[in-house]
Write a protein that binds this ligand. Sequence first.
Ligand SMILES: [Zn+2]
Length: 259
Amino acid sequence: MIDDALFDGYARAIDANSDLLRAAVSSLESSLAGVSDRQLPQVLGALYASLVVEYGGYAAAIACEFYERQRAASGAKGSYAPTMEDGADQALLYYDAREAASSSVGLQSAIGKLQGTAVQRAMEQADATIIGNASRDPAHPLFALVPNAGACGFCTMLGSNGFVYHSRAKANASRHPNCRCRPVVDFDTENPALAGYDPDAMHGAYSDARAAVEDDARAEWDAMSEEERAKWKVDGKGAYDHYLRNRIAAEMSARQRTS
Ligand SMILES: [Zn+2]
């Protein structure tokens, strides 16, 4: 069981870090006045990367402290000193900037996209820190991604995975831009729990949404051209699975809005 007060303090700290990162990315707009269109992706990439490195480091430190405190509070056996994990490769951060610039009309829109990916990358560093420590710690705690109240369907889908061992955690922690789900560990592997987090209910919502869209999604997929289908290809996942997951997440978001 994760202590409520411990989790609340952690959630506030890591959310505040995301807010500060969004504000810092937003303020890049004024630094970029007068930069030519040709130079923009490189300059924007460098500024964006330095912010993600800085705030990703803070996210990892906050996650590391949570891990340490949660370990101490749970009375886990043996000693283990958690460490912080590195963040995304520079190449990925420059890729984010190029993508945002090339898919946007105007700097403001590009910056808006980078606010979302910056939070995603920083939170991924927090995930890696918690999952990495969970894999090395002889106490082998369980990992979960806990969505905030009112999270979108995609985040609810991540949350429905519940508490898992590190071997499955990495595959489950595939965030989208602006995802603020909090990575947690519980050393109570017999009965892992956090007040207000109900992965079974989330899984029920997922199953209902899946049943509602599955037939349509298959028919839509069959009607698509090869070119349209290719857009859904991502590393490590089948294109149709990716498409179906997006359809399910959209259905879950729509149901949450009307419930
Ligand atoms: Zn999320």
